[in-house]
Design a protein around this ligand. Structure first.
Ligand code: ZN
Length: 422
């Protein structure tokens, strides 16, 4: 099940409630502008265990700047969820307007659908239900919508669609899980042994989907009510080249790791360099039933961002400086915050956002993509030093970038009077 064009207040909450009641995990292809307008609702989708995909910034049929449409949505997803997504769906399924090429250049998986019940057109709840149940095939992807307007028919149809598909023997996985099944990383279905046809119940506690870590031990829980848990296996895949870690090398074929089991807990430690990964986890019981697969996407990041000050330039003499600006670039996972400190050379005072104070103070800059900006106070003639540093989502901190400058003055002695705390 996939839901497009949200998040949209009023619709998305109801769909999340139905999915939770039925223990169904789905995939939401979100429009960046809608996510930016409702980040808490977006986080509720992710926190419920659903997968997130990019559906462009503003859902245009013929975007003037396709790269901006894809990358603005990526940046919003990154800032709301603390990490990127690797799946993309073009609005209107359009392959010819440039956005798909941008997504492919970014190594995103481009995902369409196999069943379109036309729920966006509000053909009636019965028609939506019938279209889905008549159109499904094994491995199929159903297109529905939580955004784009009145979704009352979609919401009314959803419980009936879930029940109807379960009656036909279908189970529900996210798009990343479906891709993992297709790649042979996990068994597709339970086989069922005599006397025990109930699959084990598996959870993945770490990694949380789309988060960035310094290092990772995958952990979770597993329980089987009848024959007992036989094994938990985790397969680690690297984005970009699509290779699998076998413990020594990156190889073409999936190489599952057996987890260590302790009571109802399992764990698999991984030794990873910086990069973008997914881990696919599945459990089986002693009768051969499989839990199905849980796929989590994450990044490892131990490299500090690079922070610059572009305005003021070092040693510049200015009549005024309303705004300071610069860049903060992180190769992995993105910038969480840019901190600045502004020192006045004449007395060593710091600007705290309201007043000059003898106490050291930092001020957060406004971050937009790779750029930051800071509204500066009114400064009397004299010498000043501005400091800036970026902090990424795992807490890697760049060195201070500094720019000493003079306001309106003839003599521009450039003295650094104080050093910010590290
Ligand atoms: Zn759409």
């Amino acid at each position: 099940m996939t839901f497009d064009d949200g998040p949209q207040a009023g619709n998305t909450e109801q769909i999340l409630a139905i999915l939770a009641q039925n223990n169904v995990k789905a995939t939401f292809f979100q429009v960046g502008a809608n996510l930016a307008a409702a980040p808490d609702l977006g986080r509720a989708v992710r926190d419920a265990g659903h997968a997130i995909g990019n559906h462009t910034w503003s859902h245009q049929e013929a975007p003037a700047d396709p790269a901006d449409e894809v990358h603005r949505a990526d940046a919003t997803i990154q800032s709301v969820y603390g990490g990127p997504t690797a799946i993309f769906r073009p609005p209107y399924g359009n392959f010819d307007n440039g956005v798909v090429n941008v997504a492919l250049d970014d190594n995103d998986g481009v995902i369409l659908w196999s069943v379109d019940p036309n729920d966006w057109d509000m053909p009636g709840t019965d028609v939506i239900v019938d279209n889905v149940l008549a159109g499904v095939t094994p491995g199929g992807i159903v297109l529905m919508h939580d955004g784009g307007g009145d979704r009352s028919q979609t919401i009314a149809a959803l419980p009936r669609i879930i029940a109807g598909l379960r009656t036909k023997g279908y189970r529900f996985v996210t798009v990343p899980e479906l891709l993992a099944i297709g790649a042979g990383e996990v068994p597709p279905t339970s086989t069922g042994g005599t006397g025990d046809v109930t699959p084990p119940v598996l959870t993945v506690v770490n990694p949380t989907n789309s988060y960035t870590f310094h290092s990772l031990t995958a952990t979770g829980t597993v329980a089987d009510e009848s024959s007992g848990v036989a094994s938990v296996a985790a397969t680690l895949k690297r984005y970009g080249d699509g290779l699998y870690w076998n413990g020594t090398n990156w190889v073409d074929a999936p190489s599952p790791f057996e987890a260590q089991l302790s009571a109802n807990n399992w764990s698999v430690p991984f030794t990873l360099s910086d990069g973008h990964y997914s881990v696919a986890v599945s459990a089986s019981d002693k009768a051969g039933n499989s839990s199905g697969v849980i796929v989590r996407e994450f990044r490892i990041d131990n490299v500090a961002p690079t922070t610059t000050i572009t305005s003021p330039t070092a040693a510049s003499i200015l009549s005024s400086l309303p705004t300071a600006m610069g860049t903060a670039i992180d190769i992995n996972g993105g910038i969480r915050q840019v901190s600045t400190a502004l020192a006045r050379v004449s007395d060593g005072f710091w600007w705290n956002g309201t007043a000059w104070t003898s106490t050291y103070a930092e001020i957060k800059a406004t971050v937009s993509g790779s750029n930051w900006s800071l509204t500066m106070p009114a400064m009397s003639n004299g010498n000043y030093t501005l400091y800036a540093r970026g902090i990424d989502f795992v807490g890697n901190v760049s060195p201070w970038s500094t720019a000493s400058f003079t306001i309106n003055s003839a003599t521009a002695a450039k003295t650094v009077v104080s050093t910010p705390k590290s």
